[in-house]
Design a protein around this ligand. Structure first.
Ligand code: ADP
Ligand code: NA
Length: 331
């Protein structure tokens, strides 16, 4: 039987992931690992595009892996590894960069956004070729499905275009064309202070974030201070009431109860009641999560062993793919 292969990664760009990473990505990853051959990666090479301090990067890579494990990514049922441990990623990226048009790469909107913030001297060539490295991550494993959020759609489109181009230039079977894997009920979580933009670890202010490793008291305070609106009625209406709707989405996602049922519970009650209860729900989720993360971090030798084993298994898949591509390219 053919199980489809899934690849997904996350950058180690902060000490703690945020709740959107957990609800929008990690819970999906965990759900996918039984039915698919899942490969999950801490993409540390991607994190180099913002030139991090080496010690900080090394620490964040471990912390990110520990959070994947604490969320339920199971190395017995999936492959969990660190991108730079498998050098084939960087090698394939070079092959693909020689197949990517300069204008084609320049059309990536995420590059335009990020480079306009950093200015042309602060913007690295790595940031420009980032989507090519992402295509290499995907094509290296003959990936069938890539769980993606809206923000990564254009990059996945480039991966598909490159795979099709390779098959045209170098013959059928050179690359597998990946499809997006969209999960219907994926919760999109918004910033608590600016509930029309998505919660993001790269947010300018941490006040709108629920960070998975934050002090529960800080988390509770941020929830109680979340921006709402001038009405009093608790109802789910993302357009008119983005703040309250975001809190309801988080409540529903963490308890598994439908939004309608939660809204009914708060009939006649105020925003303060909802916020207080939600803070308890979130803290109740975070406490055991953090305990698991700290358990993994307290034993770095075991964590490194898990990651080394994952790298071996990933490389066993990556090496033959790269060999096939080298051969087709005439190398
Ligand atoms: P961040 O913006 O926190 O740096 P990334 O862009 O690295 O997050 O995304 C990592 C994964 O988490 C992606 O799969 C992305 O779709 C998901 N994700 C990030 N933020 C959110 C959010 N606010 N709501 C839902 N999913 C999210
Ligand atoms: Na980001």
């Amino acid at each position: 039987t053919h199980r489809s292969r899934i690849f997904s990664g996350m950058q180690p760009t902060s000490d703690s992931l945020q709740l959107g990473n957990y609800l929008g990505a990690l819970t999906q990853w965990v759900a996918l690992q039984d039915e698919h051959d899942a490969i999950y990666c801490v993409v540390d090479l991607h994190a180099l595009t913002v030139n991090p301090d080496p010690a900080v990067l090394r620490d964040r890579t471990r912390r990110t892996a520990a959070q994947f494990l604490a969320a339920g990514v199971d190395p017995a049922r999936s492959i969990l590894f660190v991108q730079s441990h498998v050098p084939e990623h960087a090698e394939l990226a070079w092959l693909l960069s020689c197949q990517t048009g300069f204008g084609e790469a320049g059309r990536m909107t995420q590059f335009k956004d990020k480079s306009s913030k950093q200015g042309s001297e602060g913007t690295t060539v790595g940031l420009f070729t980032y989507p090519v490295l992402m295509a290499a991550d995907i094509l290296l494993y003959d990936t069938n499905l890539v769980p993606v959020g809206e923000d990564q759609r254009q990059h996945l489109e480039l991966s598909r275009d490159l795979a099709q181009r390779l098959n045209q230039r170098f013959g059928p079977g050179t690359a597998v064309v990946p499809d997006p894997h969209i999960v219907k009920a994926t919760a999109k979580i918004y910033d608590l202070q600016d509930p029309t933009s998505k919660m993001s670890k790269s947010a300018e202010s941490p006040n709108g974030l629920i960070e998975l490793l934050d002090d529960p008291k800080v988390v509770a305070k941020r929830i109680r201070s979340a921006v709402t609106d001038a009405e009093r009625e608790i109802r789910f209406d993302p357009a008119a009431k983005p703040g309250i709707s975001n809190l309801l989405t988080i409540y529903s996602a963490l308890t598994g109860r439908p939004v309608d049922a939660i809204v009914a519970d708060y009939d006649g009650k105020g925003y303060g009641d909802l916020k207080k209860d939600l803070a308890e729900v979130v803290v109740g989720f975070l406490a055991p999560f953090q305990e698991r993360v700290h358990g993994y971090l307290a034993d770095p030798a075991s964590l490194d062993e898990v990651l080394a084993d994952g790298a071996d298994r990933a490389q066993a898949l990556a090496a033959p793919t790269l060999e096939r591509l080298y051969d087709r390219f005439g190398l």
